[in-house]
Each structure stands twice: as structure tokens, then as C-alpha cells.
Ligand binder design. Sequence first.
Ligand code: PSU
Ligand code: MN
Length: 308
Amino acid sequence: MSTGFIHVAPEVTEAVTAGRPVVALESTIFTHGLPRPRNIEVAEETEAIIRDAGAVPATIGVVGGVPTIGLTKDQIVELSNDDDVIKSSIRELAIGAVNGKNAGTTIAATSFLAHRAGIKVFATGGLGGVHHGASENFDESADLLALAQSPIVLVSSGAKAVLDVHATLERFESLSVPIVGYRTNAYPGFYVADSGFEVSHRVESPEQVATIYRTQRQMELSTAVLVANPVPVEEQLDPTGLDAVIEKAWAALEEQNVTGQQVTPFLLEFIRQATGDASLDANVALYRNNARVAAQVAVALDSSNGRK
Ligand code: PSU
Ligand code: MN
């Protein structure tokens, strides 16, 4: 289906129309969050995990200015290797109609597009949120407001470790976005299983997540359901020294005067280099795990064949 300004792959349209399980995936994670050539491998492997679990993957990005839901393999490779690829949050989406550029879509833009295409479940790595010093620099990810306005299930491993996690959780509370720990009481810390903060509610199964989502929809609430799924402990980044690395990343950011959309990719890349790729391994591990759980939730929401 193509409306002229948005393109949905036929496989995705068919699955959504039939009520079969579909999982949306973002593209900023592979255009800006992961280094080449690992980015392509991860993007493809994540789709395979979702298919193996019985759902249709719909990777979302902007191709030649057109928001596209269900990128082909070739389009994933094109975006992954494009030196001019931009990062598109919601406010950049329509600008594509003029600049015709390829873009990775953030969680904010992907949530918006996924919901618009009728997709109910979305898997990512770590959420954007409130940056340190936000009371002065106003750096708060557009992901927050978008998640208050996009009724989808988002499976993530918590807010990215570089963020002010306390402030991020407070903002989600103000925005009325529910967060449930997936088989945990601890709010995950992205690279590590425990951020040191607690979640107020936990769920034990994909079916419970599906029930909360359906209930929110019946109530006509517009907010997302955030499923906080920790990286498996055996695959987490060794927490020793992580705080010191994050502080160094922040110092480098200030020294090099990096601002705006570049902040998050800069911090993630700095930490990857400082940990000798260990943070990358943890990022990939948690993303795989999130894809698996998201597919299980999508299967629990399967409404084809008269199922509810
Ligand atoms: N999760 C990851 N790696 C990433 C991102 C998430 O594991 O690169 C991306 C997401 O697309 C998220 C974005 O929306 O980082 C946040 O960017 P910002 O802080 O500029 O809003
Ligand atoms: Mn920002």
C-alpha cells in the first residue's frame, strides 16, 4: 500500500489486515547506533528472530524521503551503508518530501509510523529519555512525548545508560505512560540488567502484556505500554567501571561541543570504543532478547482466525 507519502510493504499490509502478528523495528539503531558492518548483520538477524517466533518483521525507515514500513533487505543494506543518511524523528518525517534523503527513524518516528500502519508491537534496544543537565540544556528525547501519543507495545531494555534514568522515569509518570518490568522488579539499565531503580509493576508473560494493551485500547487511552525487558545477566556488560566510562563520554561530548541529534550516537560510540566492543555485544544481546519477547507479545495479540 502506498499513499504517495508513506509506503507499506505488501507483506505487512496483508498481515495487519488479517490480524496476524507483526513486529515493528526502528532503523536509527542500525544507521546511527551500531558500527558497520555489524549494523547490517544485526538488522537482518533481528528480522529472522521475529520470523522464527511466528511474526512478520516490519523494519521502518525513510527511503529517498519516503517513510517506508517494511524495508526490503536491499533497503536495509542501502540505509546501513549510506554516508549521508540522516536521523529522522517525527519532525523530520515530512521534510523528507523535499530533501529526498534516506533516514533512520528514531523510536519516536517509528512508533508514530507503526501505529499509523496498524502495527501493535515494536522492539528496540534502549529508549531515548532525559539527558543529564536537562533542566539547563532542555535535552529530552522526542521519544518520550511520542510514546505518550502512540498506542503500541514497546519492548526495550530501559532507558539508555547515558541518560538521567531517574528524570526519565519521572517524565514517563507525568506523561501517563505505563512501564511494566518483564519478569523483574528492577528497571533495566540498558547494558546492564538493573539500573538501580525499581518498576512499580511487573508482568510474567506475553499474554499479560497483551491483556494490558487490549485494555488500554478499549479504554481509548493513547499511551504506549512500555515493557522493560532486561538484558540476560550472563550477557550484560560488566558494571564495574561503567559509571566512570559514562562520565568520560560526557566530558568528551562537552569538550567536542557535540549537541542535538548527534549526542546519543556520540555517547554510544564513545562507550563502545572505551569498552573494547563489550558494550556493543551487550547492546546486540539485549536487542535480540527484546525482538524475541516482542514477537511473543505479537503472537499473543493474534486476532486472525477469529482469535481475540
Ligand atoms: N536504542 C539503541 N541504539 C540506538 C537507539 C536506541 O540500542 O541507537 C536510538 C533510537 O532510535 C532512539 C534514539 O529513538 O537512539 C534516541 O535519540 P535521541 O536521544 O536523539 O532522541
Ligand atoms: Mn536530544
